[in-house]
Design a protein around this ligand. Structure first.
Ligand SMILES: [Zn+2]
Length: 73
């Protein structure tokens, strides 16, 4: 959730840490423009989810996300 210049986790409400304009904590930004095949046709939604909430959320998935170690960073 964006408010003023800050980003908050939509799930738990905490502020995403930032120092000198650089985020020192990782999070995901979701954006969806729902279309014709959706019950939300015409609606756009955005959300920010902190890493801790994402980990908890993914544990509720029936199938865990594919994960792998990157060899080049
Ligand atoms: Zn959170």
């Amino acid at each position: 959730m964006r408010k003023d210049t800050k980003v908050y986790c939509n799930c738990c409400g905490k502020e995403i840490c930032k120092r000198n304009e650089i985020y020192t904590e990782e999070f995901i930004h979701l954006k969806k423009d729902w279309g014709y095949f959706s019950e939300n046709d015409g609606l756009s939604q955005e959300a920010d989810i902190c890493e801790q909430c994402l980990i908890k959320w993914m544990k509720t998935f029936k199938y865990a996300p594919d994960s792998w170690e990157r060899t080049e960073i």
